[in-house]
Design a protein around this ligand. Structure first.
Ligand SMILES: [Zn+2]
Length: 260
């Protein structure tokens, strides 16, 4: 049995590269004012869950700079869900081991030309002191510890892509960031604007440019993701089961007092 549109979806998973959807799932198109979004409704550990694959929702592959971020976030609201767990593949600029996990606690935005707000006719300064939901992050950390998987916390630097970064860029970015990726922004900002809880679990797939041995290849990234897939699925399943019913965080007040 699949959850219907009126059911209580415990969380929406934003799936990155290499995250294949669960075997038993039901594809559904959600209409939003920003465009249609393909979601996969499934059950994990007895919980209703929706999966939104960033890159493979339509028949054509969607690269990071072409993702309809506003539609994806708005689809979460249309589903009646309040919580998003984002999965991202990242390059490390520090000493994380390949295949380990990073929970995000902050970000630096180096994207260009991406629409970062839902509010085009009023000024809303959304608070960014704590971009990632501490309640979901705690549940993710507990699950990672329970499984004995290596993880750390850190700052994500989001680049525009689709090209990889230069050595000079990484030398600069490692001064203020731990991992680098291309899809975390503006998702986290848009989620905040709609007062949704959003947390991110990153899989370290490679060393950033100039820090590893030789040229960065897509195969390297995909192989690591395939190996980490089952681990990640287990962690997500366990995390969603352990989420308390009530949101005990400030995510639902993000735009309070922020309108001009
Ligand atoms: Zn929250």
């Amino acid at each position: 049995m699949f959850p219907d549109m009126n059911s209580n979806i415990a969380a929406v998973i934003f799936a990155g590269v290499g995250f294949t959807t669960a075997k038993d799932c039901h594809r559904q198109i959600i209409r939003t004012p920003y465009g249609n979004v393909a979601v996969y409704l499934t059950r994990m550990n007895g919980n209703d869950v929706a999966i939104i694959p960033r890159h493979t929702g339509s028949e054509e592959h969607t690269p990071p700079h072409m993702i309809n971020y506003r539609a994806n976030i708005r689809a979460v609201c249309e589903l009646g869900a309040k919580r998003i767990i984002s999965t991202n593949s990242v390059g490390t600029m520090k000493d994380h081991s390949i295949g380990s996990f990073v929970l995000l606690d902050d970000f630096v935005d180096l994207t260009k030309n991406r629409t970062q707000t839902f509010f085009d006719t009023e000024t809303v300064h959304v608070d960014m002191v704590e971009p990632y939901c501490p309640q979901i992050k705690k549940c993710l950390a507990d699950s990672l510890e329970k499984y004995g998987f290596a993880y750390s916390e850190g700052t994500y630097v989001c680049t525009e892509g689709p090209r990889f970064e230069t050595r000079a860029e990484i030398a600069m970015m490692k001064q203020f960031g731990d991992v680098v990726g291309m899809t975390g922004v503006p998702e986290v900002i848009l989620a905040k604007e709609l007062e949704l809880c959003y947390a991110s679990i990153c899989t370290v797939t490679n060393y950033a440019c100039g820090l590893g041995n030789g040229k960065l290849t897509v195969d390297e990234v995909v192989n690591t993701l395939n190996e980490a897939q089952d681990m990640l699925f287990g962690v997500l399943s366990d995390t969603i089961s352990s989420l308390p019913d009530d949101r005990d965080c400030n995510c639902e007040d993000a735009t309070q007092g922020a309108r001009v």
